[in-house]
Design a protein around this ligand. Structure first.
Ligand code: 3PG
Length: 204
């Protein structure tokens, strides 16, 4: 699967912070039921790598990957447990678009974008989107960097996601709003499916 295959599956990539392994599969299934089939599990909790392995193995129709990937070794480790993609907040030194699984690197400036293009990437996470210039930055990047497309993430929510998705150089957005921590803690999967359904409908 290419990075474009993955980013083209749904308009919103849920950014998930999973504290309890028992939540992993029901949370993933709730999001998939709402139409969000690309799931980014951030490597910020002790159980995250195990969650990726379990979700990738058990949730049909989901493409499960890792977020907060900060090193080449971690990209390999994610591939090893069955993760299908990696997202990083920045550029990982020495990494390229070729690798065991697709990597979406983060950029926030024109210089970082140029470095990323030089490394062979053409798809980027704009991070943190809301402080890196948001919609206006993406409009400004469109002409000089016509080959680059983006998944803005960081401060994206139900209110502003459509503004990003309307841009020709945005393929999808990422965000945590579709999996509110209180709903996850309470096991309120119905609410999460509803949020996912609204997010999945953002693409016209
Ligand atoms: C993150 O790394 O936490 C993501 O960028 C998600 O940001 P958000 O919580 O603002 O959606």
């Amino acid at each position: 699967m290419t990075i474009d295959d993955i980013l083209g599956r749904a308009p919103v990539v849920p950014v998930l912070i999973i504290e309890d392994m028992a939540h992993a599969v029901p949370l993933g299934r709730a999001l998939v039921a709402g139409g969000l089939t690309v799931l980014e599990v951030t490597l910020r909790t002790p159980v995250a790598m195990d969650c990726i392995e379990r979700m990738a193995g058990e949730i049909e129709d989901a493409v499960v990957g890792a977020g907060t990937v900060l090193s080449s070794a971690t990209r390999l480790a994610v591939a090893h447990v069955g993760g299908q993609f990696c997202v990083s907040p920045g550029l990982i030194g020495g990494e390229s678009a070729d690798g065991p699984i697709p990597l979406l690197p983060g950029v926030a400036t024109a210089t970082e974008l140029m470095a990323g293009l030089d490394m062979g990437f053409t798809r980027f996470k704009l991070f943190p989107a809301n402080v890196a210039g948001g919609v206006e930055a993406l409009k400004a990047f469109a002409s000089p960097f016509a080959q680059a497309k983006f998944c803005p993430t960081g401060g994206v929510n139900a209110k502003n996601a459509a503004d990003y998705l309307a841009l020709p150089n945005v393929v999808c957005v990422g965000g945590s709003w579709v999996a509110p921590p209180d709903a996850v803690r309470a096991g309120d999967w119905g609410r999460i499916t509803e949020l996912a359904r609204e997010a999945a409908a953002l693409r016209v």
